[in-house]
Structure formats: C-alpha cells, structure tokens
Design a protein around this ligand. Structure first.
Ligand code: MEV
Length: 302
C-alpha cells in the first residue's frame, strides 16, 4: 500500500510552464493505492472506474504508460482518492505517484523518488500534454518546494506554518485546455503574456522571502497580485473571483486560484480560526476544507 499527497500552488502556476519557478506544497489529502498480483494489469479508481492497460481512452493510455515506465509485472491497483478530481489540487498526479509507489513496493523494488516521478510523469503527460512536472513533484513531497523546469524541486525555508482554507469555486476545467489557452494568448499577444510572466516571477521571488520570515500579511498581498495577473491570462472565472472575494471579506489575507484555473479550487490565506472563512464559504454553497502547509505539510481537516 502506498500514499501520495494532493498539492496546492501558492504562487506561479502557468508561468511555471514557461520556466518561471513556482511555489507549491503537498497537502494531507491525496490518494492511497493498494497493489496485489493479478493476471492482467488493472487500475480500479474508487467504485466508479476500472481501467485496463491497453484500453484506448485517456485513462487506459495513461495507465499503460505508467505501468510500462515501472517495468513491473501484472498487478491490480485499487486507488482511493480523497480529493475532488480536476479541481487543481493535483488529484491526477497524486493517483500517478501513489500507483507508481504501490507497484514498486508490491514488486519489492526500492524505487527512489526519481523512478517514481518518471512513472508518474508518463501518466501525467497523457492527460496534460506538456506538464511542467510541478504536480507530480508536489504529490511526492511533504514540504513547501520551489519548482522550476530547469532546476526541479528544491525545499524552501518556511518560518512556521501557512494556514489555508481551500474552497471549490466551481466545476473543474481540463488542465490541458487551460494551458493551451495561455499558449494561444501568448501567440496572439506575446508582450501581454511575457509581461505577466515577468510579474509572476517577481511575486514568486518576493513570496520566498515572506515565507522565510513568516510574513503572512506580505504573502497574502502577493497572492492577491498573482490572482490579478492570472485573471489577465483569462484563466480565472466569475466563480473563482467570487470565492476569492468571499474569503477576503471573511478575513483572508489573500486569495487566488490554485492549479490551472477555469474553475476548481481557490486557496485563501487564513490566519486565526479557519472556521470563519470555512463558514463564509459554506454559506455560499462552496465546498471547503482547511489545511496547513509549511516545512512539513499535511495537517488537513474538514
Ligand atoms: C497545474 O496544476 C499547473 C499548471 O502550471 C500546469 C503545469 O505546470 O503543468 C497550470
């Protein structure tokens, strides 16, 4: 049996696809995978979906790619997911990492982080086309990381914990579609997108400093600015803007979408009692939970 985390991106999504570093962290909710020997490779996702290696749909191709990348024999893997899928919380990377870990563990192979990430990367590429790799890296780690395509994941210093409330602002969108949307905008208006990327780089660098000294107020302001730049890339929605406004009105120091946007999750920086923001979300019908990220992430509660 193996586990992997879900993730939040504190700052830098989309820009990370173009080489800008982003700050991400694993969260306690994630995926659990149990592998047992079977006649044929089989992936069972909750009660809803049975995926056979070789099937010619997205899940079938992704599972085939992951299984081939591990190079192990035939197993049935039962996955339990604790996250809403497609909401920007890294559900698919979490399934990929947990499944790869379970396969290696069941086969008695002591696979290091790199082999696990290689197998999870093969799974992710089928869904996302050109993933930066940040989701799988965060799914495989406990702490806050600075991730870039050039340098991979590096742990970053965090003074204390970063308390977050996560709200599901609306139906999810495809990461592939959202990433392609930014790429199309960049083709049409390179100066607009490049300016946004430069702005996000500056925010990420400043946020690193805030995390290092535990300046949550500063971090919150940077998250709000990151949200403005993401809106300018057309990856925000009315639902996301509304959820961010609800969180700020209830005392959040900052709020933004997390992941690819187009719907899905927002993160709100929630010092003090998270219940205030949780109940503000609930009164608007926004499904939510509280979590903390930091030097060692993972304290999630409903
Ligand atoms: C998705 O969680 C984050 C994006 O930056 C895509 C990626 O990095 O692969 C939108």
């Amino acid at each position: 049996m193996a586990r992997a985390n879900g993730k939040v991106i504190l700052l830098g999504e989309h820009a990370v696809v173009y080489g800008v570093p982003a700050i991400a962290a694993g969260i306690g909710k994630g995926a659990t995978a149990i592998a047992v020997p079977a006649e044929r490779p089989l992936l069972v996702l909750g009660a809803e979906r049975v995926v056979r290696a070789g099937e010619d749909d997205e899940l079938g191709r992704a599972f085939t790619a992951l299984h081939a990348a591990t190079g192990v024999g035939s197993y049935r893997i039962d996955v339990t997911l604790e996250l809403p899928p497609g909401a920007g919380l890294g559900a698919s990377a979490s399934i990929g990492v947990a499944t790869a870990r379970a396969l290696f563990e069941a086969s008695g192979i002591e696979a290091g982080r790199e082999r696990v990430l290689e197998a999870a990367g093969a799974w992710e590429r089928v869904f996302h086309g050109n993933p930066s790799g940040i989701d799988a890296e965060a799914a495989a780690c406990e702490a806050c990381i600075l991730y870039s395509r050039a340098d991979g994941a590096r742990p970053i210093a965090v003074a204390g914990e970063v308390p977050l409330v996560i709200g599901i602002a609306g139906p999810s969108a495809s990461t592939r579609v959202m990433v392609e949307g930014v790429a199309e905008l960049r083709q049409r208006k390179p100066e607009v997108v490049d300016k946004a990327m430069a702005g996000i780089l500056a925010l990420v660098n400043a946020a690193k400093g805030c995390l290092g000294v535990g300046d949550l107020r500063g971090l919150g302001r940077l998250m709000d600015l990151n949200q403005m730049l993401l809106s300018g890339l057309f990856v925000s929605t009315e639902g996301i803007e509304r959820a961010c406004a609800v969180a700020r009105a209830a005392g959040a120091l900052g709020a933004k979408l997390t992941g690819s946007g187009g719907g899905g999750a927002v993160i709100a920086l929630a010092p003090g009692d998270p219940e205030v923001i949780l109940s503000a979300f609930r009164s608007e019908g926004i499904q939510c939970f509280a979590t903390t990220v930091g030097a060692s992430s993972g304290g999630t509660r409903r």
